[in-house]
Write a protein that binds this ligand. Structure first.
Ligand code: FUB
Length: 320
């Protein structure tokens, strides 16, 4: 009956319902899913929420994230956990006590898989002879593998010239790679062909909401349109919005809402968009496995539809 009601209402509103087996992963908390098709399968690179371990000294009731797993599926229902691929204790430059392995991405270029991840860097001495430490800051690192499931080898240092979180990489049709990330605003920088350094200075993306852009950009290209999708918070909870452009670096024009604020009250909505077997999907998260605490999240996927003019229809979240 509920589904019939949703279908009728969706038809009336010219929005497209979708049903999926959500949440996707049931045996651990997962968040911030970047989904990619590699070697004929869907690979999802989420971040990994955990309960604070004994002795944890970080901010209370906050994200606690020490590593990443990768999952694959060929039907969106049965998922294989390939295990831990990168951990805070295995990255030379990262503070191994920070539990801040936030939202990652992974792309394939010239035979290699590049896994991009944010983490808090080890505090450095401020200046010679001074014991003062710099404030902890987020940097973005890269780990490289020959296969989508690893083993991934983290590079010894983070990407120079980039301070921020939530890396996302778009490889354009001409092979140029662009790194998007957040640091209060959304930034973009061209990556050098080695995929581990940027060319020039990062640039702030203009014409987006002036407030409430905290995290989670995801860019894609479709039929010559470049989409920048991003969580936007106005009333404590994020909703997913997007902007369109004819170029990967903009200028972008705000175009609408993809996903409304979660009914559950989960305040983050990190996401990605994937085409799989002729259908687009929105991967995102909610707090299905932890209704009382929205820093222990669970990833979901729902169908996403484009209108003939390239605009995106609102996604209706589903649960199994
Ligand atoms: O998962 C930690 C942070 O919460 C991510 O980096 C953000 O995008 C938000 O989902």
């Amino acid at each position: 009956l509920r589904q019939l009601f949703v279908l009728g209402f969706a038809g009336f509103m010219n929005i497209q319902p979708a049903f999926a087996a959500n949440p996707l992963i049931m045996d651990q908390f997962t968040a911030d899913p970047t989904a990619r098709v590699f070697e004929g399968k869907i690979y999802v690179y989420p971040s990994h929420d955990i309960k604070a371990p004994p002795g944890y000294k970080g901010k209370p009731d906050w994200f606690v994230m020490e590593d990443y797993h990768v999952f694959s599926s060929d039907n969106l229902t049965d998922w294989k956990d390939h295990g831990m691929i990168v951990s805070q204790t295995g990255v030379e430059w990262a503070d191994p006590t920070a539990y801040a392995m936030w939202a990652p991405d992974c792309v394939f270029k010239d035979g290699k898989y590049y896994f991009y991840f944010p983490a808090i860097a080890k505090p450095e001495e401020k200046s010679e002879g001074s014991n003062e430490k710099k404030r902890p800051e987020f940097r973005i690192g890269v780990a490289v593998a020959d296969k989508p499931y690893g083993p991934f080898k983290p590079l010894p240092n983070y990407i120079q010239g980039v301070r921020g979180i939530d890396p996302n990489v778009l490889i354009d049709k001409d092979g140029t790679a662009y790194l998007y990330y957040s640091a209060g605003k959304i930034y973009v920088a061209k990556l050098k062909p080695n995929m581990t350094e940027i060319e020039g200075e990062p640039m702030v993306i203009d014409n987006l909401p002036t407030k409430g852009l905290l995290e989670g950009p995801f860019a894609l290209e479709r039929n010559g349109i470049y989409y920048l999708t991003y969580p936007h918070v106005e009333n404590k909870i994020e909703r997913l919005e997007y902007a369109m452009s004819s170029s990967p670096m903009g200028p972008f024009k705000q175009a609408g809402v993809i996903l409304d604020e979660a009914d559950s009250g989960c305040w983050t909505v990190h996401h990605s968009i994937l085409d799989w077997q002729g259908q687009s999907y929105l991967f995102y998260h909610d707090k299905d496995l932890s209704p009382g605490f929205d820093k222990n999240r669970a990833i979901r996927a729902d169908k996403l539809f484009f209108n003939p003019d390239g605009s995106i229809r609102k996604v209706i979240p589903t649960l199994r």
